[in-house]
Design a protein around this ligand. Structure first.
Ligand code: G1P
Length: 289
């Protein structure tokens, strides 16, 4: 029996050093694309995939992320008094159901695998999604919903994958590929950030995963991998051969919002999808090209 996917883990403990000084006193996941913080895009995408339980893996200085999904009484009251119903609507979309979001602290930065392991009590025996909020995907069907469909098809682990230039393999988790039908790829191996010469392919993992709880057993070993960190990729690799494991070539465009260029491109791409501002954006862009 395939269990329903209801849980999402959102690792948000990173320091955001690539975005200093903006991230000195502010969580990088609060950076907005157009007018919405990255973390909210991730939560909305998870909801669209049927998820109703959320776990933020936070760290010191990240309380704004928890606040963002709470009720803001004073703000709501003021908006109501002033008759600002549109702003009230926008605010409502940021609230989660009571008790549906928990936050766990990753006390020390030992890597993504360690961050996920910190959510073990939340995950329990259930399948779960991981969304890395830095990765933003613009698509017809939300990326995680596409992954969820593949999970219900295969009954196992699924990661979102995309082709990257060879010279960039050392930035990502890379797949060794088995059977490939053009959409779903059988995963035969996984390597974290291999040098281009050592990379088994140029098919890379982006920040969307659906994993089986057994991965936690492997993460618990706290084996150090690339960059001397506990790598999620290494934990996942140990599931290969034990459980179904696939890569999904999702439909959509991914923006690396942890990178300045990716972040700026996301602003433009997402702004052009907003009917109320798209014409003005298109107009002013002409002046720069
Ligand atoms: C992490 C993962 C990597 C994955 C990437 C996607 O790397 O470790 O396997 O390809 O996210 O964004 P990071 O970006 O944290 O270095």
């Amino acid at each position: 029996m395939i269990k329903k996917l209801r849980k999402a883990v959102l690792p948000v403990a990173g320091l955001g050093t690539r975005f200093l000084p903006a991230t000195k006193a502010m969580a990088k996941e609060m950076l907005p694309v157009v007018d919405k913080p990255l973390i909210q895009y991730a939560v909305e995408e998870a909801r669209a995939a049927g998820i109703d339980q959320f776990c933020l893996i936070t760290g010191r200085g990240k309380t704004a992320l928890v606040e963002h999904f709470d009720i803001a009484y004073e703000l709501e009251r003021t908006l109501r008094d002033r008759g600002k119903s549109e702003a009230l609507e926008v605010l409502r979309a940021t609230q989660v159901e009571p008790g549906s979001m928990v936050a766990v602290r990753q006390q020390e930065p030992h890597g993504l695998g360690h961050a996920i392991w910190c959510a073990r009590a939340f995950i329990g025996d259930d399948p779960f999604a991981i969304l890395l909020p830095d990765d933003l995907v613009l698509s017809e069907t939300p990326c995680l919903a596409q992954l969820a469909e593949a999970y219900y098809e295969t009954g196992g682990n699924v990661v979102a994958v995309t082709e990257v230039p060879r010279e960039h393999t050392n930035r990502y988790g890379i797949l060794r590929i088995g059977h490939d039908d053009g959409r779903l790829v059988e995963v035969q191996g996984l390597v974290e950030k291999p040098l281009p010469a050592d990379a088994p392919s140029n098919l890379s993992i982006i920040g969307r995963y659906i994993l089986m709880p057994e991965v936690l057993r492997h993460l618990a070993d706290m084996e150090r991998g690339a960059g001397n960190e506990v790598q999620l990729t290494d934990g996942m690799a140990k599931l290969i051969g034990q459980q179904p494991f696939h890569g999904l070539r999702y439909e959509g465009r991914r923006f690396d919002c942890g990178d300045k260029i990716g972040f700026l491109e996301a602003q433009i791409a997402f702004a052009l999808k907003r009917p109320e501002i798209a014409p003005a954006v298109r107009e002013f862009l002409k002046q720069y090209c």
